[in-house]
Design a protein around this ligand. Structure first.
Ligand code: S3P
Length: 169
């Protein structure tokens, strides 16, 4: 039984889709960002503010390494997890990498009222989303499976994932 690893940009629905997959398949959901917040005792925003992004990436890599050793779990990751090759190698050992995608406009709509994403607290978030997406696209494309979430509910996305991976888990 392989793990299911959800990767993808902020606002593509990884956590919500992960919750539904967890209920449907009876796998535990391990949300990397929530675990980082629990272990650090502060929010992601505060980690960025107090310690900076490189520190966050080190903590993230450590959590990912530990989560990658589990079995029969859904792992929901933060959008920047793909940036470190080490994370991808760890996650791939026991998992199928499923990347959720969405257009920049959809991402803006889904993240717009949420101040918990430090990277999007800028004057022109749409421009920032487009820049980050452009830079990260080749990293996201290393997933085993890409699922477009535009115009779909989290339930529809979860059902599509189950349909497409049912023979390989
Ligand atoms: C980040 C995405 C966030 C969180 C942090 C950095 C990124 O997770 O890990 O703010 O670099 O894309 P979500 O994708 O769950 O918003």
């Amino acid at each position: 039984m392989k793990n299911i690893v959800l990767i993808g940009f902020m606002g593509t629905g990884k956590t919500e889709v992960g919750r539904i997959l967890s209920q449907r398949l009876g796998y535990d959901l391990l949300d990397a960002d929530s675990i980082i917040e629990q272990e650090q005792g502060i929010s992601i925003t505060e980690i960025f503010q107090r310690h900076g992004e490189p520190y966050f990436r080190d903590v993230e890599a450590d959590v990912i390494r530990r989560l990658s050793e589990k079995d029969r779990v859904i792992i929901s990751t933060g959008g920047g997890v793909v940036l470190r090759q080490e994370n991808m190698e760890n996650l791939r050992k026991k998992g199928i990498l499923v990347c959720l995608t969405a257009s920049p406009e959809t991402i803006l709509k889904r993240t717009g009222n949420d101040s918990s994403r430090p990277l999007l607290q800028v004057e022109d978030p749409l421009k920032k989303i487009k820049e980050l997406l452009e830079f990260r696209r080749p990293y996201y494309e290393r997933a085993d499976l890409m699922i477009d979430t535009d115009g779909k509910s989290p339930l529809e996305v979860a059902e599509e994932i189950i349909e497409r991976i049912k023979d390989s888990i």
